[in-house]
Design a protein around this ligand. Sequence first.
Ligand SMILES: Cc1cc2nc3c(=O)[nH]c(=O)nc-3n(C[C@H](O)[C@H](O)[C@H](O)COP(=O)(O)OP(=O)(O)OC[C@H]3O[C@@H](n4cnc5c(N)ncnc54)[C@H](O)[C@@H]3O)c2cc1C
Ligand code: FES
Length: 257
Amino acid sequence: MKIEHATVVSQEELYANTYVMWLSCPTVAKGASPGRFFMLHCSDGLDPLLPRPMSFHRFRDGNGERQFAILYDVRGRGTAWLAQRSSGDEIDVFGPLGRGYEVDKSTQHLLLVAGGLGVAAVISLADQAIAASQSVTLLQGARSADHLFPSTTLPKEVEAIAATDDGSAGHKGVVTDLLEERLPWADQVFACGPTPMFAAMAKVIREMRSRKPVQALLEEHMGCGTGVCYGCAVFTRKGVRLVCKDGPRFELTDAFR
Ligand SMILES: Cc1cc2nc3c(=O)[nH]c(=O)nc-3n(C[C@H](O)[C@H](O)[C@H](O)COP(=O)(O)OP(=O)(O)OC[C@H]3O[C@@H](n4cnc5c(N)ncnc54)[C@H](O)[C@@H]3O)c2cc1C
Ligand code: FES
């Protein structure tokens, strides 16, 4: 896959150590969709050597082209480098990669479940669904109110419900506590978050004996992003799968029994 230069259009800290960066790169934007990802080379040289995967967070039309955003928090060397970029800077990227969310033609009610920074990957799906006159409920879990994606930046039609570990906003507890009540309303469920969240979701669904389709975006450490290194292999009910190539979208109950 060809490496492209993406230009930073803007960058701001949106909330608690979490940045939104808009990028211009028509080749990567073409074919990008909610749930897919691309790789960014996060250095001016060779350190760090491996590119970092990032989900497409949002899309917009800007200057006559389709632009896309990433939402990230500063975790290590790669994201610390990203946070130092400003408008006009160039970043080497390649993509779009992987299989993203798929919304059935008959779906009217989308339930989005996001834990922590998993919210980065579901917002563009909310934008897309509202534009298509579908109904969206977003269940979002975070450590505290400061770590919630600001609902003011969502389309006003989205019903946003929060859960926080410390009870500083919304339900006090984990986001999966909210699932049982909302599940019957949904035609499809789309999730992104840490492994314990997926495991808890699978447990709720099992206990409810629900057959509702739940698409989960799995996160694994990645080397190549293109199915070559086998660094992102996971065990599923259907055998060993590569998150970068076969996913990152998996049916929840295939990945978590
Ligand atoms: C398909 C996919 C989509 C992603 N989308 C986003 C996104 O939209 N926003 C975002 O902030 N991050 C996203 N990530 C994770 C992102 O790639 C890591 O945040 C990034 O690699 C951290 O890079 P770093 O150099 O700052 O940290 P590193 O120095 O590489 O690592 C810092 C810490 O983060 C841990 N870490 C690194 N990568 C991962 C990973 N993939 N999963 C779990 N822990 C990890 C390391 O073990 C270490 O403890 C995504 C990952 C995948 C696989
Ligand atoms: S990251 Fe190399 S095979 Fe998936």
